[in-house]
Design a protein around this ligand. Sequence first.
Ligand code: FE
Length: 349
Amino acid sequence: MKILLRRLGALSMLAVASLGTPLAQAQDKVLNLYSARHYQTDEALYANFTQATGVRINRIEADDAGILARLKAEGSGSPADVILLVDAARLWRGEQDGLFQPVKSAVLEQRIPAQFRGGVTPQGAQWFGMSTRARVIVYDKARFKPEQLDSYEKLSTPAVKGAFCVRSGSHPYNLSLFGSMLEHLGPQATEAWLQGLVANMARPPKGGDTDQIRGVASGECGVALSNSYYVARLMRSGKPEDKAAMERVGVVFPNQASWGTHVNIAGAAVARHAKNREAAVQFLEYLSSDTAQRYFADGNNEYPVVASAATENPALVSLGRFKAETVPIGKVGANTAAVQQMLDRVGFK
Ligand code: FE
């Protein structure tokens, strides 16, 4: 236990449920989950699975990079069964590093569109998107009109000079958006576009997506990028300051007239050295069930990957329907190394 704790400390991880018990107990029906999901509302998602199957979940939380590093360090001794990551590029990286194993499941193939399955082999896919999130443009309604910002390309136009706010360019959410732009625009235009974003910044990149929305609400920023669920979370907040903030902030789903808004995924994979493979596959199938899909939408304001899943989220309803891009999400992941080099060249921190 001490060794485990020390290792957890070294990788700055947080063992949520299970520090009191060893991770992998052979006879127990148990599932060891390494999760980069950082959403409080997920508790019900896991509890529901345990209730339905009797399989207990040990969960360790870290960010995507921490989880991948830990899996690599642990090698074949890793107790991990299921990996949950919140970005396509990271899932792609895990696949490239041989950290997952293919899963062949009629349920998953039927429920999850091919676009959101990655590392597809004859033995099955290496990972599966379970929910999607749109990367939207938020703006100060007092300073901009939505027509000025109805595409990602327009973020680099002179109209946005001194107004653009964004989290670090190297954050997976941005790397994946930029990887998608590379797919659509090609290398030259993408690098020129990134240079334009740098030229338009109101401040050096900092904070998370919510900080960018708050920056727009405070007037420090005129325009920003955010994942849709952060917007929806503030829309649903009961706090007066959040309500006031969202009065001032407009939301655009970019590129409706062209290829569609960039959507990223949160997804799941079975670990290469999973000791509880059967329960792991069962858990993935559960995540694609109507019940779980509903948790993603109603609990965490994400969009279900299963088109037929019913949801009841007033914020998502009010944001409205939109056209999403259809580029295979695995390609986006594969582009992120080239994108990082562009960011270095144009000085996008
Ligand atoms: Fe997030």
